[in-house]
Every structure is written in structure tokens, then in C-alpha cells.
Design a protein around this ligand. Structure first.
Ligand code: ZN
Length: 297
């Protein structure tokens, strides 16, 4: 094959990839909030406790770190959100209903959203088994709090999520604003409420997670994280954007981090037009105000 042929083939492949990307993503160009709202801030908790660590076969010491999230961290976070009238979204594996059901009931009673985070914090490769996991998790969460979840944070197959009545996913970082995702063939459109690892507590406060070695440890000064997250908030606030703060109860449930979050929320509240709804509320607003242009199927 000549160099020209090779180049043409590569360009063709790139064009196909770009067109598939366009089919899969639909961004909301005219995104804005109702009169009087400048920004939505979603506090989201990935309430994994020890399930992910168990799945990775981590040691008892690491499992105990996860356990702290279920015994203490989640309660501290609920108390923090309630004290500021912040409505948070708790993404949780269905099996947490067997481990820490009271915390889910308490969060729901305070007006926080309980959403799916996979049955056991992983997505099976076999599609039938995957569907079974979605159904198990959905049913368990519905039974625990009396309301069927409509949101998920997972890599579950879009068609299966649609089939089970899910309205949105909160995964990935293709844009800083809510947008729509579809399968490669343009089917199964689902709203995505993005987050980013720069606003994820685990990236700053994680110790010995995922079997990481010493060089990978991160115990950041909470004041430094406060400054970075405040800067991210201010930047989004100025442009009428969106912020999704991803917290893990076993990470952010530690006292000095709760104190930092308390200061952060208090400072955000000094500005006008800051909205602290659940992801479900943001999702329902987007679906109504900016429905997908090429249909919702
Ligand atoms: Zn997780």
C-alpha cells in the first residue's frame, strides 16, 4: 500500500470515528437555568462502603476503611447536607440495602435522592446477567426507601437502563454541562449529568485504595482542596455553568473533610442564585427545558 493510500485510509477511519462520536453525543447549546438561578451544584455521594474493595479482594484493613463510610461517614454527610438544606444524590450499590439500610431511609426522609450505583459495584460482561443486576439493584433500592430510582452512576448498557425506566446517568466527562448520550447507532438516548475527577474527593484524600503502592498515596491538606474547588465553583458560577461534587462517605466522612465541606457550602451560599438540588431535579429540568433534538428513543 502506498503512503497516499495509507493516509487516505487513516483519514477515512478518523472520519468514521468522528461521525460515531457525533451520533453518540448531543450537547445542549442553549443551556440555561430558570430566572434567578445562576448555577446548580450537585453534591453526589458514591456510597460504595466496602463493596468495591471486596470485589477487588482487598485486605481486611482496607475493607474496614470502607466500613467507616457506612457506619459513620454517610451519617455525617447527611447531617452536613441537612444543616445547609442541600439536597444531595446518594449513588449506591443495591447491596448496600442489606448492609446499611437505615442510612438510606434517613437520607430519603431528608429529601435526598437514592440512586443506583450497580448491584455490587461492577457491570457483568454477560448482558443477561447485567440486566439481572440492574433489576436487583433497582428493586432493592425501591424496597428500601419506597421510591424507584431514576438515576444511575454506572457503565450499564443504555438500552437496559431505558428498559428499567432510568432517566439519567451521571458518569463520564464529555462536557461540563448535562448532555445526551446514545448508542453507536443513535438509539437509546439517555441524559448524562457529568462529573470530573478534579472534583472527586478520592483523587485528593485516598489512602491505599485499589491496592495502590506508597508512591500513589494522596493525603491532601483540606484547605488546598477547598481553594481548588472554590475556584472551580467560581469559574462555573460566572458562566452560569454546573458543578457536580463527587464524594465518597468513607473518604469525605472524616471530620476535617466534613469541616472543609461545611465552609465550602457556606461560602457558596453567600452568592445569589446558587441552587443545590438533587441530580433527579436537574435531570427533570433538562429533559423538560431541553429535550433531545432528534427524539428521545
Ligand atoms: Zn463507586
Amino acid at each position: 500500500m502506498s503512503d497516499i493510500d495509507q493516509l487516505s485510509r487513516e483519514i477515512e477511519e478518523l472520519e468514521t470515528a468522528a461521525s460515531t462520536y457525533d451520533t453518540r453525543h448531543e450537547f445542549i447549546d442553549d443551556f440555561h437555568y430558570p430566572e434567578g438561578t445562576q448555577i446548580a451544584v450537585n453534591f453526589t455521594c458514591d456510597f460504595d462502603a466496602m463493596l468495591f474493595r471486596r470485589f477487588l479482594n482487598e485486605t481486611p484493613m482496607q475493607l474496614a476503611q470502607g466500613e467507616f463510610g457506612g457506619r459513620v461517614g454517610i451519617w455525617r454527610l447527611i447531617e452536613l447536607f441537612d444543616s445547609h438544606d442541600v439536597k444531595a444524590t446518594i449513588f449506591t450499590p443495591g447491596r448496600i440495602c442489606e448492609l446499611y439500610p437505615q442510612s438510606l431511609v434517613a437520607a430519603h426522609k431528608s429529601g435526598h435522592e437514592i440512586a443506583d450505583h450497580m448491584w455490587e459495584h461492577h457491570v457483568p460482561k454477560d448482558m443477561q446477567l447485567e440486566h439481572d443486576h440492574i433489576q436487583k439493584s433497582t428493586t432493592a433500592l425501591e424496597k428500601a426507601v419506597g421510591k424507584r430510582p431514576v438515576g444511575t452512576r454506572s457503565r450499564h448498557t443504555l438500552s437496559l437502563l431505558k428498559e428499567e425506566g432510568y432517566l439519567y446517568n451521571s458518569h463520564g466527562s464529555a462536557a461540563h454541562l448535562p448532555h445526551y448520550l446514545r448508542d453507536d447507532d443513535g438509539e437509546n438516548c439517555l441524559l448524562n449529568i457529568p462529573f470530573h475527577y478534579a472534583i472527586d474527593d478520592a483523587m485528593y484524600f485516598n489512602f491505599a485504595w485499589l491496592s495502590s503502592d506508597n508512591a500513589a498515596q494522596r493525603i491532601t491538606d483540606p484547605d488546598r482542596v477547598f481553594d481548588m474547588w472554590w475556584a472551580a465553583f467560581e469559574q462555573q458560577y460566572r458562566q452560569g455553568g454546573y458543578l457536580n461534587i463527587c464524594l465518597h462517605p468513607f473518604v469525605s466522612g472524616r471530620a476535617q473533610r466534613i469541616e472543609m465541606l461545611d465552609r465550602l457550602i457556606a461560602r457558596m451560599k453567600t452568592l445569589p442564585g446558587v441552587w443545590f438540588p438533587t441530580c433527579e431535579t436537574v435531570a427533570r429540568y433538562c429533559l423538560k427545558a431541553f429535550p433531545p433534538k432528534s427524539g428521545g428513543n
